[in-house]
Design a protein around this ligand. Structure first.
Ligand code: 5GP
Length: 261
C-alpha cells in the first residue's frame, strides 16, 4: 500500500497519510525512549512485536464494542488506521501502585488499589507530560464533561477486559496508558481509542514470579527486553500459525541488539 507524506513522527511510531481521505498508516519503529527522551536506544524487533500485540488487543476491544482507530494490519510494521484528531491527554489506568505514582506520593510499590485509579497527563514533551486534574481538561477545553465521562467509562471497560485477558495467561495488568481521538464516521462525531496498547504502554507482571514483561525492562536496564515482549505475544497466542516471520523469530529467546544512539 502506498504511503503518503509523513504527518507526524513520535518516539516509537511514524504516521503517514493513508490511501484514502480520513485514513493514515501507523508505522511501528524499533526506537525506545524513556524519561522524556533522556534515554534512547533501538531495540531490534520491538516495532514488529508491538504492531502485532496492539493489533490483537485492539481487535479484541472492537469485538466487545469499543471503537478503535485500527482498520487493519498491513504488514510487519504497519497498520491502516482512521486519522483522528488526538485529544492531548494521556489517560492512565492503574490497578497496582508503581512507577510515577509511588514516587509522587510515597505509596509502597506493589500496593493493590481498592479500585482502578484513572489519572490524566497533559501530552506535552516540553513540560514532561504533567499530571493534571479533570478540571484542567474542562477549563482548557481539551474535552468537555460529557466527553470525559464517556472516556472514563471506556477506560474502565478496557481495563476490565484487559485484566481478564491478561489474568488468563498468567499476567497481572498493573497499569497502562490510553489515548483517544475525535473522528467523524458517517456524519457522526465520535471519540474512539487511538495510538497503541502494547508492552510499551502497559506494565505487565508475571503472576507467579512478578517478572516485568514490559518497557520497564528498558527503563530500568533489566535486559531481555525482546524476550519479554515475545513472551507476552506467545502467551496471547499471536504467533501460533505464523510460519515465515522473517524479521523476528519466535520460540527460542533471541539475542537482544540494543544500539545506543
Ligand atoms: P507512570 O506514570 O507510572 O510512569 O506510567 C503509568 C503507565 O502509563 C505505564 O504503564 C507507562 O508505560 C504508561 N505511560 C505513561 N506515560 C507514557 C508515555 O509517555 N509513553 C508510553 N509509552 N507509556 C506511558
Amino acid at each position: 500500500m502506498n504511503k503518503g507524506k509523513k504527518l507526524y513522527e513520535g518516539k516509537a511510531k511514524i504516521l503517514y497519510e493513508g490511501p484514502e481521505k480520513g485514513t493514515a498508516i501507523q508505522h511501528f519503529k524499533d526506537d525506545a525512549t524513556a524519561f522524556n527522551n533522556l534515554k534512547k536506544s533501538t531495540v531490534e524487533g520491538k516495532g514488529v512485536l508491538n504492531n502485532r500485540i496492539s493489533e490483537h488487543i485492539l481487535n479484541n476491544l472492537n469485538q466487545i464494542g469499543i471503537k478503535t482507530h485500527l482498520l487493519k494490519r498491513l504488514n510487519m510494521r504497519e497498520q491502516l488506521v482512521r486519522l483522528v484528531e488526538i485529544i492531548p491527554i494521556e489517560f492512565i489506568v492503574r490497578n497496582i501502585a508503581t512507577g510515577s505514582l509511588t514516587k509522587r506520593l510515597a505509596i509502597p510499590d506493589g500496593t493493590v488499589l481498592s479500585k482502578p485509579l484513572i489519572e490524566y497527563s497533559y501530552k506535552n514533551d516540553e513540560l514532561g507530560d504533567p499530571l493534571i486534574a479533570r478540571e484542567h481538561i474542562i477549563e482548557f477545553k481539551w474535552a468537555n464533561k460529557m466527553d470525559l465521562d464517556l472516556i472514563n467509562n471506556y477506560c474502565l471497560r478496557i481495563n476490565d477486559f484487559m485484566l481478564g485477558m491478561f489474568r488468563g495467561i498468567g499476567i497481572k495488568l498493573v497499569d497502562f496508558k490510553l489515548e483517544f481521538g475525535r473522528v467523524n464516521i458517517d456524519g457522526k462525531n465520535e471519540i474512539i481509542l487511538a495510538d497503541e496498547i502494547s508492552p510499551d504502554t502497559c506494565r505487565l507482571w508475571d503472576v507467579v514470579s512478578e517478572k516485568k514483561l514490559d518497557k520497564d525492562r528498558f527503563r530500568k536496564d533489566l535486559g531481555n527486553i525482546i524476550q519479554a515482549y515475545q513472551e507476552v505475544a506467545r502467551r496471547l497466542g499471536i504467533f501460533h500459525e505464523e510460519s515465515n516471520i522473517s524479521e523476528v523469530k519466535f520460540g527460542k529467546p533471541q539475542a537482544v541488539n540494543i544500539k545506543k544512539k
